[in-house]
Design a protein around this ligand. Structure first.
Ligand code: ACO
Length: 437
């Protein structure tokens, strides 16, 4: 059973404004920074809080994922990410995120077969694809097809029915690899490959992505394990931009497919999930180690608009623990594929080394994030650059649906509705067109 999130009051903060004073509860969870509960502030002092981009705001209580950005710690339901990446499987992590506990053998078998029995898409979704241009970005296809799922599976969109919520979670997790693989097949003009449920989740995705009907497909166990690990590393990351988008959409009572489509749209940006694609483009543009100093100079120049993609994070002010595991996986994959010289990897290692010694990055606590190495692995595994962010979306679907489910089960959930500081024109009267200068 999912644990219910529940913070406790650990203190009181007092805020004085003019001659009024408000006593605000300070709430603490099991780990992490305490939060001042400002919900009564407007009533008591007649003001709102101002925190554009939410750098200092906790938007919900959650018992799914914990990040300590200073220490570089990432826990899912209390379990460190390195232990999960080393010992678990993606579907086991999915069960953990959704249900709060690791499954026993019988529970895992039931969950695996539940997911793997929903992998096919409604056959009419096939025809949906023919509306796209061949060169459509796969993220555009993911966004549209996932959004359209509410039209193909109207029997599981009642958000107030627990059973329907469960079915739609299964459907999302099971079908997103098929949608992702088919987006690629459509781009390259190859036939869609139907899922094979005897394969594991990662194996099935690699099969649908790489196989063609004209040849036998033999899954490579090392690459399958690497794929599974990449999926685990991207599975959830607490209240990041895309997850917050899913929660915001979900807070209105929108159906889960529409909410996940919103999350996919949010993930697409280069400041978020789109960074893995942007890292490879950046490395290609740098081209050679000799060009790194000039590139770093541009990054440090505020007017250039150039960023070191795959570096920096809103929460991590230390190594992103996922980046370390990614780098290790990168070496394993290149080793398995017999790639001795990968200029992109050499360039990335050199760039990382130089950046980590440079005062600009050191003073701002900018470290490699999960996207810095993931693109190099995915490229070596035969994925085109524009598929990197869709693969991130595939993995993150589990996190999004778990966070959405947690929110829907929270009795205190109500529509999310931030306020603003209005800086526009004060009240004025309408001027008829003929009287305007
Ligand atoms: N390259 C150069 N400078 C950077 C970078 C970077 N990658 N990241 C941050 N900075 C600088 C900022 O310019 C700012 O400098 P200043 O204090 O002199 O103005 C300082 O570091 C603080 O950065 P902010 O932009 O305030 O940090 P924020 O938390 O808003 O942004 C973000 C975080 C978006 C991840 C940012 O670091 C970035 O754009 N990184 C590159 C894109 C990327 O890799 N995104 C993936 C993030 S992980 C994920 O979503 C999976």
């Amino acid at each position: 059973m999912a644990q219910t999130a529940s913070s406790k009051q650990v203190g009181t903060a007092t805020l004085t404004l003019g001659d009024k004073t408000a006593s605000l509860p300070v709430l603490g969870g099991t780990l992490g920074t305490d939060c001042v509960d400002v919900r009564k502030l407007q009533n008591e002092l007649g003001v709102f809080t101002f925190d554009p981009s939410y750098g200092a705001t906790a938007s919900c209580e959650s018992s799914i994922t914990y990040i300590d950005g200073d220490e570089g710690v990432l826990l899912h339901r209390g379990y460190p990410i390195d232990q999960l990446a080393e010992n678990s499987t993606f579907l086991e992590v999915a069960y953990l995120l959704l249900n709060g506990e690791l499954p026993n053998k019988a529970e895992l078998e039931k969950f695996n077969s539940g997911v793997m029995r929903h992998t096919m898409l409604h056959e009419q979704i096939r025809s949906f694809w023919s509306g796209f241009r061949r060169d459509a970005h796969p993220m555009a296809m993911l966004c549209s097809v996932v959004g359209a799922m509410s039209a193909f599976y109207p029997d599981s969109i009642n958000v107030h029915d627990e059973r329907q919520r469960e079915i739609s979670a299964f459907r999302m997790i099971a079908k997103i690899p098929t949608i992702t693989a088919w987006a690629h097949k459509y781009n390259v003009g190859q036939p869609f490959v139907y899922p094979k449920n005897e394969y594991s989740y990662a194996e099935n995705f690699l099969y649908m992505f790489h196989a063609v009907p004209a040849e036998d497909y033999k899954p490579n166990p090392i690459l399958t394990a690497a794929m599974d690990r990449i999926l685990i590393l991207h599975a959830d990351h607490e209240q990041n931009a895309s997850t917050s988008t899913v929660r915001l959409a979900g807070s209105t009572g929108a159906n889960p497919f529409a909410c996940i489509a919103a999350g996919i749209a949010s993930l697409w940006g280069p400041a978020h999930g789109g960074a893995n694609e942007a890292v490879l483009k950046m490395l290609a543009e740098i081209g050679h180690k000799d060009n790194i100093p000039e590139f770093i100079k541009q990054v440090k120049d505020k007017n250039s608009g150039v960023k070191l993609m795959g570096f920096g994070h809103r929460v991590y002010k230390n190594f992103d623990p996922r980046a370390k595991i990614m780098q290790k996986t990168c070496h394993e994959v290149l080793g398995e594929l017999g790639i001795k010289d990968e200029p992109m990897l050499d360039l990335a290692i050199e760039l990382e080394k130089i950046a980590l010694e440079d005062d600009y990055f050191v003073s701002r606590k900018l470290y490699p994030n999960v996207d810095f190495y993931s693109g190099i692995i995915l490229k070596a595994m035969g994925f085109p650059t524009q598929m990197f962010t869709p693969i991130f979306a595939l993995a993150r679907t589990v996190g999004w649906i778990s966070q959405w489910k947690e929110m829907m089960e929270d009795p205190s959930n109500r529509i999310s509705r931030p306020r603003q500081i209005y800086t526009g024109a004060p009240t004025r009267d309408y001027v008829p067109l003929e009287k305007r200068g």
